[in-house]
Design a protein around this ligand. Structure first.
Ligand code: NAD
Length: 398
């Protein structure tokens, strides 16, 4: 069985799905690995390093035509500009493991199904302990949280740490992090390492302890919400009235912050609106907002994805695809996630789609020409698959 690693084609995407270090892990699963020439260069991995670890270099056409299993960072809806070109190269029965934005762009899952590929969307890895080492959302969010703080530090006309110098005392920056999931907690830790005074807030009160253990202060707001969290540990979507009360309660904290980093998200939904234009106007000129939810509509009313907006001297940064700006380590972590996931679908050099395995069942979105994910089918308005045609475990298919 051959695994193929194409170069990423989405504009600005500098990551690669597999790094040289993990090629031997794939080889131990019985996979031969074909890597497109130059696939890792932008992330800092040379063709020679892949060859040294046992991979074979090939052209893009060769990778697509020979691989039984394609490993990508972005496919389907996660690669809006490049996916059509991939579809033209896909072979029926080929398996694809990638981020595919299945809930945001379900139509593209249908397109992948039409191309006859077996598509595993890594965003749907369940949040269970066993799957932590495959969880690309977590590994990449951690990188984004780190980088968000650096982006803020670059924009801020102040320093982060407190300094006592012969030229006077410098007060530490005040940073507010809204949303303390994986990205938010890493942002809190990074801002603390730089010496800022950090405040953290999340709608899920359960994160209080985590925020405090990183040396930040928890911003307590009682919204009277009993069940802020789903069983999977995600935030639930809140009513507009709850969000309004939340904005009111956060206004003072925002006004007093030099930096606000927002990371609030609800899976499959538009980002909650947390910072209004009025709240921005209450911030001191020179303050900075970094909105990590920019791609999903933004947590700040003034955010524009991919741009920095300046309003009343406040800079609102709306970065997109932040993990790709730290491509070496983002690829290293992504590749480790992918290699671990691959071990659950490849046994003795053959593809084994065991839908009794929760991780496989949840991530499998297209197969045998059909959209097979119940969640994606529902968004597309497709009827549920009859249980007789729900995915059966198969051995040896490619
Ligand atoms: P996410 O990216 O979906 O959301 C980011 C944060 O925004 C979350 O903490 C969420 O509570 C918060 N949020 C949503 N709406 C908000 C609002 N209106 N105001 C303030 N905050 C709001 O979250 P994530 O980083 O993917 O993590 C979600 C949870 O899953 C966390 O508890 C995390 O520890 C857990 N998790 C578990 C596993 C695992 O067990 N395998 C892996 C990763 C994450």
């Amino acid at each position: 069985m051959i695994a193929g690693v194409p170069k990423e084609t989405c504009p600005g995407e500098r990551r690669v799905a597999m790094v040289p270090h993990d090629i031997p892990r794939l080889a131990r699963l019985g996979l031969e690995v074909l890597v497109e020439r130059g696939a890792g260069l932008e992330a800092g991995f040379t063709d020679g390093e892949y060859e040294d670890k046992g991979a074979t270099l090939a052209s893009r056409e060769e990778v697509f035509s020979r691989a039984d299993l394609l490993l990508q960072v972005r496919a389907a809806g996660a690669n809006p500009q490049g996916f059509e070109a991939d579809v033209a190269l896909y072979r029926r029965g080929q398996a694809v493991v990638a981020q595919a934005d299945p809930l945001g762009s379900p139509e593209q899952v249908r397109r992948a199904a039409g191309a006859g590929v077996t598509l595993f969307a890594l965003e749907l890895i369940p949040r269970i302990t066993r799957a932590q080492s495959m969880d690309v959302l977590s590994s990449q969010a951690s990188i984004a949280g780190y980088k968000a703080v650096l982006l803020a530090a670059m924009e801020l006309p102040r320093m982060f740490p407190m300094l006592n110098t012969a030229a006077g005392t410098i007060k530490p920056a005040k940073v507010l992090v809204v949303g303390a999931g994986v990205a938010g907690l890493q942002a809190i830790a990074t801002a603390r390492r730089l010496g800022a005074i950090v405040f953290g807030y999340d709608i899920r009160p359960a994160v209080r302890e985590q925020i405090e253990s990183l040396g930040a202060k928890f911003v307590e707001i009682d919204l009277g919400v009993e069940d802020a969290e789903t069983e999977g540990g995600y935030a639930k979507e809140q009513s507009e009235e709850t969000l309004r009360r939340q904005r009111e309660a956060l206004a003072r904290q925002v006004a007093q912050s030099d930096v606000v980093i927002t990371t609030a998200a609800v899976p499959g939904r538009k980002a909650p609106r947390i910072v209004t234009a009025e709240m921005v106007s209450s911030m001191a000129p020179g303050s900075v907002i970094v909105d990590l939810a920019a791609e999903r509509g933004g947590n700040c009313e003034l955010t524009r994805a991919g741009e920095t907006v300046v309003e009343g001297g406040v800079r609102i940064v709306g970065p997109v695809n932040v993990p790709a700006t730290v491509p070496y380590h983002a690829s290293q972590m992504y590749a480790r996630n992918v290699a671990t996931f691959t071990a659950s679908i490849v046994k003795d050099g053959a593809l084994v789609v065991d839908v009794d395995d929760e991780v496989v069942r949840e991530t499998l979105v297209a197969r045998d020409g059909e959209v097979v994910s119940a969640r994606v089918r529902e968004i597309l308005g497709l009827p549920p698959l009859p249980s007789s045609s729900a995915p059966e475990p198969t051995e040896g298919a490619s």
